[in-house]
Design a protein around this ligand. Sequence first.
Ligand SMILES: [Zn+2]
Length: 337
Amino acid sequence: MKVFAIALIAAAPAFAQRNFESEIDAALGSAKTAAGFEFTGTLARICLLPQSGGEDTSDRLPAYIADPSRAPARDTWFAEPAKVFDNLYFVGGRIHSSWVLTTRDGIILFDTIYPYNSEELIVGGMKKLGLDPKNIKYVLISHAHGDHIGGAEMLQKRYGAHVVMGGPDWDTVARHPNRYKTMAPNRDIVATDGMKITLGESTVTIWLTPGHTPGTLSYTFTVLDRGKPVSVAYSGGTAFNFVNNTPDPGIRNFQTYIDSQKHMAEKAAATGATALLSNHSEFDNAVNKNRMLAGRGDGPHPYDIGAETVQRYFRVMEGCARAAQLRLEQKVAEAKR
Ligand SMILES: [Zn+2]
């Protein structure tokens, strides 16, 4: 036994330098612990399920634009709109979310779902809730993917709303006329880190969180729960939709993503965020929480999960990204041996 151990160390000094398996286990363990019961959807998507190979650089017309009859069936995406806070409303679907922040001077809308369901979910949902879509003054697009930018062109054209997006994502839209057909608002406000969008009594602060796309935006703002202010952190991009399967540029891409999670965690902590919102229900459990709200009574608000739990969200993202980054670092180390 002793002889074997000595032989192993002598034959493979490189193994003694770094134990990637244990580093990966530690990163995954940290993400799993942080996820707890609250963020299992986020954990599953970015830590457990296989990753996509990378970024979509094609300029293909989406199938649902080329032939609208190929859009997913309504019962796969429809969800009821809901009043979530005194001044925040959910007008999303079962999978993708869109949020309305009302102020005395009009509405700030976060994300716009797909072109095939933004009319019914956003415009129709607002009307059901007694809100007038004509009052939409700003549309904040967290990133330029079809599931979030889908209704932006329509809302800009119809209601004259200002559209805010990250610079690199405005460029992506401009470079891909087919991919963004019917979804391309005219270039408008280019977001910068710390930019404030103020309307009436509300201010949304924008944070640049590149990673999911180069222009991904996240936000901090305050909502009211029965008159009590609640600070919200809105995480704008989650899955690893960048080149992630080759060390170059994968390691760098993961670092960008990790740095963004740290940046957002810091801003969430600084603003005392106790609620976490996303643009996908699988990450913030929006559709389930909307159902829970109906039976809330005098209980706690289901979205108001506490500052520590909000911080844990960003640790899930960071831990999963670190584990994936470590796998690429391991590839590099093995190639050198
Ligand atoms: Zn996306």
